[in-house]
Design a protein around this ligand. Structure first.
Ligand code: HSE
Length: 439
């Protein structure tokens, strides 16, 4: 087999990790690929002291790499969706395969890029785009290909998981933990992508399309971040036997597909509830295999480089295969992909955690439970602590009330919350966090 000549664009965290792993493990990687994988050219605006490129051909213009006739595969690690898209299009138009870690690019422009690649007989590989080093794309596209996937749920943003874990375990401040995640190279260039769930939404859209055989539909996903989670919510969840994780959930239902990213209470006894720090995990339920779980580092230089290089090894192995016998981009032959209705969040049914501040008078609890009961929502658990505080007039101070409800449609729950918020005994708004058992 001919060696695979790689043009690597971008020498940031993942790019430098890829150079280091390709050099360090060159012998193992070549032995597995059945041929050498050669770093033919690097395209980067500046060097990165985290890797040594003194023995490599480096250009400051990444488009030189995409047009280089001596490059077979372009590795896009520059991020973003404008220049990166142009780079990938240029590489494809020059007949090159592409490997990318860019989830935003695939989630938002994958449909058109895959079409472009298929027309040119080349492939775009994107294992590193979802859950860092975990081979979840390969598992879904190949390992689980016998199954109807029923649902999947994942912790797919390392930064967010790192923040929630540190807040829960060490009582650390949100902003302080975020700074540490940025210093460690976990966070996105714009960290609001991590904490507001956009990064997880990009990844979930990709997973859901592969799981359910539908085109990518990033504009349909419901996204809620973790910036409103308070330390008291993490503590209350523990008291109720749950843990709060920022999950991406995709579920096939008879009415359509649920596609949502939001903080979620999950039972503490579940394996995934104990996935901490920057680690990611994806639970996939197939009709034949049952529940399966994939766990590993979701961010970081070499963990993500591991997935990039696995794609290069696949490229080497398939280099002699006809395009129609390669694994399809979304695991289903392009002609078999079908649009599916994505359910609006109001139509999704889950259980709920509710937190509110109420005046401490007789009958208040009754008024609130009555509203929920009138909406057909039953209560599973309550936390209300004895109140020993008084204000200046000797009146009892307001107290927090925590409720765990049974499953209800979000539309019904929101109506009930609106009625509760209209009560004069309520101070401020009701916080609601969705609850899933993942059983
Ligand atoms: N910012 C991402 C994360 C990097 O924290 O998971 C990996 O995609």
């Amino acid at each position: 087999m001919k060696p695979v000549r790689v043009g690597l664009c971008g020498l940031g965290t993942v790019g430098s990790g890829a150079v280091n792993v390709l050099k360090r493990n060159a012998a193992e990687i070549s032995a597995r690929a059945g041929t050498d994988i050669i770093l033919q050219q690097i395209g980067a605006r500046r060097d990165n002291p985290a890797c040594d490129t003194s023995d490599l051909a480096v250009t400051r213009d990444i488009f030189d790499v995409a047009r280089n006739p001596d490059v077979d595969v372009v590795v896009e690690l520059i991020g973003g969706t404008t220049v990166a898209k142009e780079l990938v299009e240029t590489a494809i138009s020059h007949g090159k395969h592409v490997v990318t870690a860019n989830k935003a690019l695939i989630a938002e422009h994958g449909n058109e890029l895959f079409q472009l690649a298929e027309a040119k007989g080349v492939t775009i590989a994107f294992e590193a785009a979802v859950a860092g080093g975990i081979p979840i794309i390969k598992a879904l596209r190949e390992g689980l290909s016998a199954n109807k996937i029923q649902w999947l749920a994942g912790i797919i943003n390392g930064t967010g998981n790192f923040i929630l874990t540190e807040m829960k375990n060490k009582g650390r401040d949100f902003a302080d933990v975020l700074k540490e995640a940025q210093a460690k190279g976990y966070a996105e260039a714009d960290p609001t992508f991590d904490v507001e769930g956009i990064d997880a939404a990009h990844k979930l859209v990709i997973l859901a399309s592969i799981a359910f055989g539908m085109p990518l539909q990033f504009d349909k996903i419901f996204t809620e971040g973790i910036s409103a989670i308070e330390p008291q919510d993490l503590a209350n969840a523990e008291e109720l036997g749950y843990r709060i994780k920022h999950l991406g959930i995709a579920r096939q239902t008879e009415q359509g597909v649920e596609l949502r990213v939001h903080p979620t209470l999950i039972p503490r006894r579940r394996l995934i509830a104990n996935v901490d720090g920057v680690m990611n995990a994806v639970l996939v339920k197939g009709d034949a295999v049952g529940p399966t779980m994939y766990y590993g580092a979701g961010a970081g230089a070499e963990a993500t480089a591991s997935a990039v290089i696995a794609d290069l090894v696949d490229m080497a192995r398939m280099s002699t295969a006809a395009p129609e016998s390669r694994v399809a981009h979304l695991g289903f032959a392009a002609a078999s992909l079908r649009e599916q209705e994505i359910l609006p969040i109001e139509e999704v049914t889950t259980a709920y955690y509710l937190r509110m501040i109420i005046e401490d008078h007789p009958g208040v609890l009754n008024k609130i439970t009555q509203i929920l009961s009138d909406s057909g929502i039953s209560i599973e658990a309550v936390i209300q602590k004895e109140n020993e505080e008084e204000d200046e007039e000797g009146e009892p101070s307001p107290v927090p009330l925590i409720l765990l409800t049974d499953r209800a449609q979000e539309k019904k729950l929101l109506e009930a919350v609106e009625s509760i918020e209209a009560l004069d005994v309520l101070l401020g708004e009701v916080t609601h966090i969705r609850v899933e058992t993942l059983g």
